[in-house]
Write a protein that binds this ligand. Structure first.
Ligand SMILES: [Zn+2]
Length: 294
């Protein structure tokens, strides 16, 4: 494997946390004893499952300071966080966003449940999702901790993106009908605080519509799990963790599906037949509702 600058930084931080004896505790429930070692990566990384809350996480973990530095600078290797050139952007806006940036099918699935309304794209990168949500009739706002990406979206796509965590926390309750979030939850350092915030921001009957890697799907079981957990994914939230955790933080029902975002999924969502959703795909779809008639 190529040892990139960011991988080297990650391993250096991991060694540093080990030398400073970062406590081995679950980052969600702080359990320190009932932790099962699932395996190791690169000698210095261990992967544990907390037997109290069932969260899978790696040790050592990043500190909040590591995260803050990383998100403002080096986290730029994935396609979803690389900023496009002016020419690319013009092409995307005119002809549609490519690959992982294209939310057409996901927004179609979302609209099957909630056809319109106010949406927060939580962890929106440079705003391509906010732009697509607006195009399909939603009143969308983004939240992104990376200030350069948030600024790019505001300036180039002319969408509203909040980049200050204090500002999003200060939003009034019931601000949104939908929280949309694509591949963000598995990067969050504070899951309790984030779930609490998201349920508070949703109206009664609102919907969390979130995608993360499906750490227990067939591709993960066939080997991808051990590629996914690690540098980019400090935690691997699974259905057995997320169900109870969301219910503890203001959500009143939680269902799971997975990609592909095809006709089968749309039909099941339209029928509200959540129990029949396929949960074996590579992307886990999390559907969390807050109390209300919806
Ligand atoms: Zn735990």
């Amino acid at each position: 494997m190529k040892l990139t600058r960011s991988k080297l930084d990650y391993l250096t931080r991991a060694v540093g946390h080990r030398i400073r004896r970062q406590p081995r505790v679950c980052p969600y429930c702080h359990e320190a004893r009932r932790l099962s070692l699932l395996g190791r990566k690169k000698l210095i990384i261990e992967v544990f499952r907390c037997e109290r809350c069932r969260l899978i996480f790696r040790y050592p973990l990043e500190t909040p300071r590591d995260n803050a530095e990383r998100y403002q600078s080096t986290y730029d290797e994935a396609e979803v966080t690389r900023l496009p050139t002016e020419d690319e952007l013009a092409r995307f806006v005119a002809h549609g966003f490519p690959g992982n940036l294209d939310f057409t099918k996901k927004i179609r699935a979302l609209r099957t449940i909630v056809p319109s309304g106010r949406v927060l794209d939580f962890g929106c990168s440079w705003g391509y999702g906010v732009h697509q949500l607006i195009r399909r009739g939603f009143e969308a706002t983004g939240f992104e901790v990376s200030k350069p990406r948030a600024r790019f979206g505001r300036e180039k796509l002319h969408v509203n993106i909040i980049d200050d965590p204090a500002e999003v926390r200060a939003l009034p309750a019931n601000s949104f009908d939908v929280i949309f979030s694509s591949h963000v939850i598995e990067h969050l350092p504070d899951l309790s605080g984030s779930f609490e915030l998201l349920s508070r921001l949703l109206v009664p009957g609102g919907l969390l519509f979130a995608m993360i890697p499906n750490f227990t799907g067939s591709a993960a079981r066939a080997g991808l799990f051990w590629r996914w957990i690690g540098q980019d994914h400090p935690i691997a939230p699974t259905q057995e963790f997320l169900g109870p955790a969301l219910l503890e933080h203001g959500f009143t029902s939680v269902h799971f599906g997975s990609g592909p975002f095809d006709g089968f999924l749309i039909e099941r969502l339209a029928a509200r037949d959540f129990a029949a959703l396929n949960t074996e795909g590579e992307e886990l779809l999390i559907l969390g509702s807050t109390v209300g008639s919806g």
